[in-house]
Design a protein around this ligand. Structure first.
Ligand code: HEM
Length: 354
């Protein structure tokens, strides 16, 4: 009798709920910045309580097949938020109306696998809950799980973003996605335009603890002459990857622990093994050096500040309430009928499968 009840649907549901409760309570308590109007940590509690669980389960499996996907998803969220706010506009494909954000040069190295994963997640979530979760929120949750499942902090994500109805121009992308050749003054100025400070700059750059870069992103440090701030052995290895200018080879961003979300990126900077001018500058510039050193010696401090800065970044110019829409397919704006439904459905409303 006991065995029969343990395998009953009710028992399985209870087991699932207790797993979810465990997952929810497993995130450590971090400090968060004030939440943007319209966003909340429990936004989908009534309409899609399993959403975070679905994203995590899907990504746990997906990262098993493709470790680099975590870095790809983290970068997509950054490129979404810095240009026109976290509105999922980076996810849109181009149309007859013109090229999309994806087609702008800084976005050409975003991973197709990351866009595919977000599309698949949205389909999964819609099948479970109906048409209630925005693609911008899926991207934010996927970024958090990329951090956590790579060994980084598990933190809460404010939810309730709505999806934008248009993508940004190429000029906007070029103005807000910083090139890797940027110096610290350029970066502080750009981050300042988004109300992010030098501290946010250093903590968010710590995302370069995972992932890869193409030679084109750092060959300014190799050709025509070697950047004197590069560690000599590190430079010699980079020349092996990029023997001449204009190759399409890649190397890892954090030479000490390429796939682990940890504070080793900052140790790289102390050892003059930062890959981009924009990375190494954080240690050579007196304004940011103390923060780099602080993170290099204290990973918990880095995690704490990273969570705070990511939450700030994740709330940039968000659309909420009846703005924008809940996109059905993350790569395309809804057809007119879908748009009307998603406005009627609104936030926190009853879920409807369209
Ligand atoms: C501070 C200014 C930043 C600059 C100049 C910068 C620049 C770049 C560049 C040039 C690449 C490599 C592109 C390639 O050659 O394939 C890259 C990769 C990456 N960036 Fe940044 N980035 C910055 C900030 C950020 C932030 C704030 C995040 C996330 C919070 C981030 C996450 C990543 C990740 C995870 C990768 C690896 C992507 C992959 O392996 O697919 N970056 N970044």
């Amino acid at each position: 009798m006991a065995a029969a009840s343990a395998s009953s649907p009710t028992a399985l549901l209870l087991l699932l709920l207790s797993c979810i409760a465990f997952l929810c309570s497993s995130s450590e308590a971090y400090d968060y910045p004030p939440l943007a109007d319209g966003l909340s940590f429990d936004f989908y509690d009534a309409t899609c309580p399993l959403v975070e669980h679905l994203v995590r389960l899907y990504l746990e499996q997906a990262f098993g097949n493709d470790t680099g996907l975590a870095a790809g998803l983290l970068r997509v969220h950054f490129h979404d938020c810095f240009v026109q706010g976290c509105d999922g506009s980076i996810l849109l494909d181009g149309s007859a109306g013109g090229p999309s954000e994806k087609d702008a040069p800084p976005n050409l190295t975003l991973r197709p696998a990351a866009f595919k994963a977000i599309d698949e997640l949205q389909a999964l979530i819609t099948a479970a809950c109906g048409h209630v979760v925005s693609c911008a929120d899926v991207a934010a949750l996927a970024a958090r799980d990329s951090v956590y499942l790579s060994g980084g902090p598990d933190y809460e994500v404010p939810l309730g973003r709505r999806d934008g109805l248009s993508y940004a121009t190429m000029e906007a992308v070029l103005s807000f996605i910083p090139p890797p050749t940027s110096n610290v003054t350029d970066l502080i100025d750009l981050f300042g335009k988004l109300d992010l400070d030098a501290y946010d700059l250093v903590s968010l750059s710590g995302a370069h603890t995972i992932g890869i870069a193409h030679c084109a992103s750092f060959e300014n440090r190799l050709f025509p002459a070697q950047d004197p701030t590069l560690d000599q052995t590190f430079a010699e290895n980079l020349y092996l990857t990029c023997p001449v200018a204009n190759t399409s080879n890649t190397t890892v961003l954090d030479v000490r622990s390429p796939d682990a979300f940890d504070d080793e990126y900052y140790v790289d900077l102390l050892n003059r093994k930062g890959l981009f001018t924009s990375d190494q500058g954080l240690y050579t510039d007196a304004r940011t050096q103390p923060t780099v050193t602080g993170f290099a010696v204290d990973q918990s401090l880095f995690f704490e500040k990273f969570v705070y800065s990511m939450t700030k970044m994740g709330q940039l110019s968000v659309l909420t309430g009846d703005q924008g829409e809940i996109r059905k397919n993350c790569s395309a704006i809804n057809a007119v009928d879908d748009f009307l439904w998603s406005v009627v459905d609104g936030d926190g409303g009853e879920s409807k499968l369209l």
